[in-house]
Write a protein of this length. Structure first.
Length: 214
């Protein structure tokens, strides 16, 4: 098991047993221990992750009362996921249970940055600025807050990403996902999201913005 993931080890062991061991009639092989716990956790996460994504979108929709800003902010989620996957690949880590939990935390951070950006742009629109002007001004105004949020979150996970002691096998994948995803999500929030919003954001009235804030 040293130097490899549990699921990969069991998968190889299952292939070898199927190919080399002929079980007598009435006998079967059942895999238990930590692998059984892993299977149960995977089943729970197969429900928890989609549920978290759906809830995030519903909260965004309820916040703005419109699907358009919710969808634009939601673009942060796949960009964050790409960064997390690449970070795992660079470090040679498998997509484990702890990494999946890291993705849930990452999605929350990525969406938060998108909300900070889009909410300010919509506020500027409600004050009378045109869509291009509000987008440009909003991107400038929220540069430091978005960077500060990203840096605090990323630096906070660095000790976990470099951990070597007890629990490191759980901490490192989680922290690696969060740090890698924050990098790509922050780039999207600062560069891509304002550009997309300036094209598809639409008009916002003062009444609509006040209703969204309430």
């Amino acid at each position: 098991m040293r130097g490899r993931d549990l699921a990969g080890f069991v998968a190889e062991a299952q292939e070898r047993i199927d190919a080399q061991v002929e079980m007598p009639p009435g006998y079967f092989v059942e895999w238990g221990g930590q692998f059984k716990n892993l299977e149960e956790a995977t089943e729970r996460l197969s429900i928890a992750v989609p549920a978290a994504l759906v809830l995030i979108f519903l909260l965004l929709f309820m916040t703005y009362g419109s699907a358009r800003p919710a969808v634009l902010i939601y673009l942060n989620v796949p960009f964050a996921a790409v960064g997390g996957v690449f970070a795992l690949a660079i470090r040679g880590m498998p997509l484990s249970i702890s990494a999946a939990v890291g993705f849930i935390a990452l999605f929350g951070i990525a969406v938060l940055n998108g909300v900070v950006m889009v909410s300010h742009i919509r506020t500027l629109q409600s004050e009378g600025l045109s869509l291009p002007e509000a987008t440009l001004q909003g991107a400038r105004d929220r540069l430091r807050p978005v960077l500060a949020t990203a840096l605090v979150a990323a630096l906070g996970f660095v000790p976990m990403a470099l951990a070597t002691g007890a629990g490191a096998a759980v901490q490192r994948p989680l922290a690696t996902v969060v740090i890698g995803g924050i990098v790509t999500a922050t780039l999207l929030t600062l560069l891509v999201l304002p550009s997309i919003y300036s094209r598809f954001g639409g008009d916002v009235t003062a009444a609509e913005e006040a209703e969204g804030r309430s």
